[in-house]
Design a protein around this ligand. Structure first.
Ligand code: TEU
Length: 559
């Protein structure tokens, strides 16, 4: 294997796999580890340096593996530990790193710790979780679960409530208990010892709960436990004893966080994490902050969020860049045009993201421009959050079922969980049998086999972006300036270092737009690196340009 620098991830691109929907090597209708192994050549061709695998540990799968019942074993639905070891070995052969998902804000209620704690105040594991007495016969606070309803569930045998910020089958761990922290170190060390290269830490900024549990008069309780009082101390502790010891790359998933906290989580001194995911740029289509609404996205807001985070983390932290993951609708359906300009808009969105500073993540299927499936019936949905919220919309808010389904079709996490579209054979080549969740109808046209064989596909555009990041230093090092923050159609930004200037010009809409670059940009010395329209690449760059529907141009100027 090639020797890599300690911060290899600063010029790398990482690929996210949601194993349940990636590739079924058997006949179960759900993806598995052998399925992933069978597609490693495809991922090597794409050129990604690392894979992030969402949880494959033992789990009752209420939340598709984010409810872990045993951190030291593989869920038999995905395969065995021997399959896992083989995956790691096959990845090493191809020089691809492995990042495991670690979910330690909560465990499954089927975990042995919780099973011992439930109904028994004297259990040695009782204090691994968070228990509170009822207040006036009610839950101790009004905090809401992120999946709808209360964040508290009553344990009738002991007449105490336990906290669950997610599903009631996901009980929050009590990080104030040093034994819990020791367990976490043990778990992560176990996987690091196996040769895993890094970790993605699920909702890691929610681990530190406040000393007092207060009623929230103005919100759902998140302000009390988000980026909580001891979170940096706990991360430093884990980092020192595990991440730094093993030289792991780490990415923290930060829910409703702030820039100031993220600067500290991902500071260059490496005392906490390598980089951070935040979600502010994906709330631009939430009406007044409400996810379960149907509304157009706010483009000016999107640019201002990117600008704020790009400038705020430059020199002072490191961003994980992403449009898609297993919790988000498909970006080409969300911000692009999946009907008339699917290929053009998927490429433009990719360029707009990948030319920023940070480490880009590609979510399975994004690289071939997969779309939302357009489900029309509640029976097609599988996700606990979608099913809960459908019921809240219809039964509690009195919204017409047709509108509720429309909202789900735009917002559901299942939009990204449809089976990976490998080829035009039955079930999109994902499985020999009917998959656990329906394949999108468009797989005959949109699939990996077709994309690999067509040099103009979205896939080859992503390949190019991945290789540009490795070759052109300013992409990972340069500063960031939005050249047109108020422009209603263009996201046009500059990245600058001592030796290079890179300009990314992206038309986010189908209308043609005329644009003149600022005088300060020395176009005569520049060359186009990439576009999603071929004729652009045959031209010499000029100050004035006419951009077609969803056109994107990347221009490099050597000083
Ligand atoms: O997600 C955390 C999280 O809060 C969201 O991304 C959430 O799914 C979204 O805001 C709902 O609108 C992580 C995992 O990525 C997700 O799949 C898990 O369900 C969740 O944690 C609980 O472990």
């Amino acid at each position: 294997m090639k020797k890599r620098s300690i911060d290899w991830w600063r010029s790398a691109t990482i690929y996210q796999i949601y194993p349940k929907s990636f590739c079924d090597s058997g006949s179960r209708g759900t993806g598995d580890i052998q399925g992933i192994i069978s597609q490693l050549d495809y991922l090597e061709l794409l050129g990604v340096e690392a894979l992030w695998l969402t949880p494959v540990y033992s789990s009752p799968m209420i939340d598709n593996g984010y409810d872990i019942s045993d951190y030291y074993n593989i869920n038999p639905d995905f395969g065995s530990m021997a399959d896992f070891d083989l995956l790691l070995a096959e990845m090493k052969k191809r020089d691809i790193r492995l990042i495991m998902d670690i979910v330690v804000n909560h465990t499954s209620t089927e975990h042995a710790w919780f099973q011992s704690a439930l109904g028994d105040k004297k259990s040695p594991y009782r204090d691994y979780y968070i228990w509170k007495d009822p207040i006036n016969g009610q839950a101790p606070t009004n905090w809401a679960s992120k999946f709808g309803g209360s964040a508290w569930q009553l344990d009738e045998a002991t007449d105490q409530y336990y906290l669950h910020l997610f599903a009631k089958e996901q009980a929050d761990l009590n990080w104030e208990n040093p034994q819990v922290r020791e367990e976490v170190k043990k778990i992560i060390s176990f996987w690091a010892e196996k040769g895993v290269d890094g970790f993605r830490l699920d909702v890691i900024n929610l681990i530190s709960k406040p000393a007092e549990y207060e009623h929230d008069d103005i919100g759902d309780g998140r302000r009390f436990y988000t980026d909580g009082p001891n979170v940096h101390r706990y991360l430093q502790e884990i980092s020192k004893s595990v991440f730094q010891k093993y030289g792991c790359v780490t990415v923290g998933e930060m829910s409703s966080t702030t820039l100031e906290h993220c600067q500290q989580y991902s500071a260059k001194d490496g005392k906490e994490l390598s980089m951070v995911f935040n979600f502010h740029h994906l709330k631009i289509d939430y009406e007044n902050g409400e996810k379960w609404s149907k509304t157009a996205f706010n483009f000016i807001e999107l640019k201002s969020i990117f600008n704020y985070w790009q400038q705020g983390l430059h020199n002072d932290g490191w961003a994980a860049l992403f449009w898609c993951n297993h919790d988000q609708p498909r970006i080409v359906s969300r911000l692009g045009c999946d009907q008339h300009y699917r290929v053009e808009s998927a490429k433009m969105l990719a360029s707009a993201l990948h030319m920023m500073q940070g480490t880009p993540y590609i979510y399975q299927g994004e690289e071939i421009g997969m779309t939302n499936p357009g489900y029309t019936s509640i029976e097609q949905y599988r996700d606990v959050e979608s099913i809960n919220n459908y019921s809240i919309l219809v039964n509690e808010k009195g919204i017409e079922p047709a509108l509720a389904l429309d909202i789900l079709a735009q917002k559901s996490r299942d939009n990204s969980r449809t089976p990976m579209q490998w080829n035009s054979s039955k079930n999109a080549g994902f499985s020999k049998v009917t998959p656990w969740i329906s394949v999108a109808d468009n797989y005959l046209e949109i699939n990996a086999k077709q994309a690999v064989s067509n040099p103009n596909s979205v896939f080859h555009h992503y390949r190019k972006l991945i290789s540009l990041r490795k070759e052109i230093a300013v992409i990972s090092s340069g500063d960031f300036t939005d050249l047109q923050p108020k422009h209603a159609q263009l996201f046009c930004y500059q990245r600058k270092s001592a030796t290079q200037t890179l300009i990314a010009i992206n038309n986010f809409y189908s209308q043609v737009v005329h644009y003149t670059l600022p005088e300060s940009v020395d176009v005569a010395r520049g060359a186009y690196l990439l576009s999603n329209y071929e004729d652009c690449m045959q031209q010499l760059p000029t100050q004035h340009m006419v951009l077609k529907a969803y056109e994107s141009r990347i221009l490099l100027i050597e000083h």
